[in-house]
Design a protein around this ligand. Structure first.
Ligand code: NDP
Length: 395
């Protein structure tokens, strides 16, 4: 029986709140706080209507450490779940340290003025969390998150040696808009317009953005073209999966999406530096975010499925082995269950499961941990029960 404080009332925050509300034995009290109170109110009403549970809501600016500390001290949660934006990771970790509470997130920190996500800022907190006797769990979404746990499971059960990992992320759904992003548009566009990067034979290899693609056959979706991107879990998996020779990340994009993105880039709408407009400064990508559909509203007419997994190659008992460990999630079923599309669903469910691992003390430690450092078995068992069944396919 534990009280949890969820920060961030967007697409993912809604799913986390619904899923925690479903497990009253673990999450006996839920407080949802965000910058805009009306977004918390919307989720509070949904949870009351769909699940018959009351949650508390609060307004907070998570960039302001003192405000968050005051909220934590008033609420007294056993865990703070950060599903706001990556910019809030460090202020929220500072607040957790000051208040002496465990921390969990789904995306690593990046500075607002530079599109460069890296774990170093958060790994630097390890000593301070360790001394305070509290735990930070990083990357408890789908990718990062479940994909990391699939790798840990493969290392523990399926392979003696792992040589190659390809993380394959396909959203085969259709939301009916000419252009929209499935999670926060600013974070999403910053991620995919960066240079690509993968790790091979002990070093990082950089390529031009979206300059390498390949067609994969995704379970339940079929053949789709995927592009090589840099993604944050590569950085931690290189450290934690022994003997890796190569790891890459691939994501599918449709032609319509890519054409819109190219035009937006060409006209400067994806710039992250401020420009002067009619006597005031605006950041083009933030203005673009205000124009695009809110990811938390995409779910209602979304059809199709996501299909995400890890293609892993290596050896077991001296024999070569290749497996694909994956999950398929349906947009319409996600909407029915928690009023969200499958990208928010596949992120929010593992967030709830990671939180449960900490609160039930199945995962315990002092310091800062990436999710693949913990035992994959109880997490994967709970993940299947909570709505994301997963499969191992021998290739
Ligand atoms: P949204 O933009 O829909 O929601 C973000 C929420 O955070 C909004 O409600 C926003 O408030 C709130 N917020 C922003 N700044 C602050 C602040 N300073 N203080 C308090 N609240 C704040 O994003 P998503 O729900 O799509 O994504 C949430 C997180 O999940 C992101 O970090 C994203 O990177 C991560 N993610 C991880 C994935 C994974 O698989 N690991 C996949 C998808 C997303 P307001 O309404 O006022 O703007």
């Amino acid at each position: 029986m534990s009280k949890v404080l969820i920060i961030g009332a967007g697409g993912v925050g809604g799913v986390v709140t619904h899923k925690c509300a479903d497990d009253k034995d673990t999450f006996s009290e839920i407080v949802l706080a965000s910058r805009t109170l009306s977004r918390c109110e919307r989720i509070q009403t949904q949870v009351r209507e769909l699940r018959g549970r009351e949650i508390e809501i609060a307004q907070v600016d998570a960039d302001d450490v003192a405000q968050t500390v005051a909220l934590i001290k008033r609420v007294q949660p056993a865990l703070v779940i950060n599903v706001a934006l990556p910019y809030q990771d460090l202020p929220l970790m500072d607040a957790c340290l000051e208040a002496g509470v465990d921390y969990l997130d789904t995306a690593n920190y990046e500075p607002p003025d530079e599109a460069k996500f890296e774990y170093k800022w958060q790994w630097d907190y390890h000593g301070r969390f360790e001394s305070a006797g509290i735990m930070a769990l990083l990357g408890s979404g789908f990718d990062p998150g479940v994909t990391n746990v699939f790798c840990a499971y493969a290392q523990k059960h399926l392979f003696d040696e792992i040589d190659y990992v390809d993380i394959l992320d396909c959203n085969g759904g259709d939301h009916g808009h000419p252009f929209a992003t499935n999670f926060n548009p600013e974070i999403n566009i910053r991620e995919i317009t960066q240079r690509g990067r993968y790790w091979e034979n002990g070093e990082w290899v950089e390529i031009d953005p979206m300059s390498q693609s390949r067609t994969f056959d995704f379970p339940a979706v079929g053949e789709r073209k995927a592009f090589l991107l840099y993604h944050e879990e590569l950085e931690s998996l290189v450290k934690h999966i022994d003997g890796l020779k190569r790891i890459r990340f691939w994501m599918t994009f449709g032609d319509e999406y890519l054409t819109h993105l190219r035009v937006l880039q060409n006209v400067g709408m994806t710039r992250i530096d401020p420009i002067e407009y009619e006597g005031r400064e605006i950041v083009p990508i933030q203005f673009l975010k205000a124009l695009l559909p809110d990811p938390s509203t995409l779910g209602e007419n979304y059809t199709g499925k996501t299909s995400i997994g890890c293609l892993i190659e290596g050896r077991k008992n001296g024999e070569p082995r290749k497996v694909f460990i994956y999950n398929v999630c349906d947009h319409e079923e996600s909407w029915e269950e928690v009023r969200a599309q499958a990208v928010s669903y596949t992120t929010g469910v593992p967030t709830m499961v990671g939180a449960k691992m900490l609160l039930t003390k199945q995962w315990r430690g002092s310091g800062v941990f990436n999710i693949e450092q913990l035992d994959p078995d109880p997490f994967l068992e709970e993940l299947a029960v909570r709505g994301l069944p997963w499969h191992v396919k021998e290739m």
